[in-house]
Design a protein around this ligand. Structure first.
Ligand code: CDM
Ligand code: ATP
Length: 289
């Protein structure tokens, strides 16, 4: 048996470039993994099938589970005859914009590769992951990266300078497909920020990282759920250096380099939001692992 961590991500940027023939959107975004992670046990069994068990009762454990799909793809691609048992200790909020399901899938791809000594290249694992979901290849790499295409083309970049991340998830689930469907490309009124973010990361300039935060899906989720905009405004008022919604939402995060400020924001948020987390970014060490 092997136990692996499946970290959540936040989007530092999310630029939508256009709509593609296949229905997906062409994006350019910077994502970074954070120290909030599911724990996943993966074991080989005598039975031939795949069994998934999850501590969160409302997450499906059948073929709809992205970790299940990862195991099924590995079985097919590498002729694995044994059964596979997966146990997910769910700590990442579900349908939150933090990529929990995608990270679980990537963790299972990496775990089976290690457990069976397959030595599959990262590129090949990422290509398999892309068949499960647009965010899975990013999690095969982890760390900080620019994702292009529909999210599957990954280019590692330096992690942001060390800082604290305060996350707040309002009590609602957001469907990524619904948000992309509601997006009107001709109504986007903010400029892309990915190039400026990559420049800020290369220069390790924290103030510029905060200035370059941007997410073109934010306005869409705000219009579907006005309370998410209110949450962002509150977090800004509490004095965070940078505040943004992650992915398709509804989680909003704040960045700050001062622990005392991070604690103050966290405590202020706890008054009216149940799901609040104070975590660190995962730095470059994951990128090298
Ligand atoms: C919002 C993000 O999480 C940002 O990281 C990703 O763009 C979404 O990644 P994901 O959840 O892995 O998405 P997928 O499972 O591949 O797609 C879910 C649905 O979102 C829409 N979708 C997703 C990615 C993309 N580049 N364009 C899209 O239009 C499609 O309608 C798709 O049916
Ligand atoms: N291993 C899993 N963990 C969580 N949800 C899963 C998993 N497998 C499938 N799902 C389904 O996927 C849906 C989205 O969950 P997830 O937590 O991955 O969303 P998300 O964080 O918004 O992801 P993204 O930002 O990639 O869109 C859930 O409603 C759930 O039913």
């Amino acid at each position: 048996m092997i136990t692996v961590k499946a970290p959540a991500k936040i989007n530092l940027t999310l630029d939508v470039i256009g709509k593609r023939e296949d229905g997906y959107h062409e994006v350019e975004m910077v994502m970074t993994t954070i120290d909030l992670a599911d724990r996943i046990d993966v074991a080989l069994t005598d039975q031939s099938g795949i069994a998934v068990d999850c501590t969160a009762a409302y997450v499906p454990t059948d073929a709809r589970n992205l970790a299940y799909q990862a195991a099924a793809l590995m079985k097919e691609a590498y002729g694995i005859r044994q059964g596979i048992a997966i146990r997910i200790d769910k700590r990442i909020p579900v349908a939150a914009g933090l990529g929990g399901g995608s990270s679980d899938a990537a963790a299972v791809l990496r775990a089976l590769d290690a457990l069976l000594g397959l030595n599959v290249s990262r590129e090949e694992l990422a290509a398999l992951g892309a068949r499960i979901g647009s965010d899975v290849p990013f999690f095969v790499y982890g760390g900080t990266a620019v994702a292009r295409g529909r999210g599957e083309r990954i280019e590692p970049v330096p992690a942001p300078p060390p800082c604290w991340v305060v996350l707040a998830k309002p009590p609602l689930a957001v469907s990524t497909a619904d948000v992309y469907r509601a997006l009107r490309l001709d109504a986007i009124d903010q400029p892309p920020t990915t190039a400026a973010m990559v420049d800020a990361l290369n220069r390790q300039d924290f103030a510029a990282v905060c200035r370059s935060l941007g997410n073109m899906l934010e306005a869409v989720t705000f219009s579907l759920h006005p309370e998410v905009r209110k949450l962002k405004e509150r977090m800004q008022a509490f004095g965070a250096e940078g505040v943004l919604m992650s992915g398709s939402g509804p989680t909003v995060f704040a960045l700050t380099q001062q622990l005392s400020r991070a604690r103050r924001i966290t405590n202020a948020l706890r008054g009216f939001c149940r799901d609040v987390y104070l975590v660190r970014l995962l730095g470059d060490e994951r990128q090298r692992a």
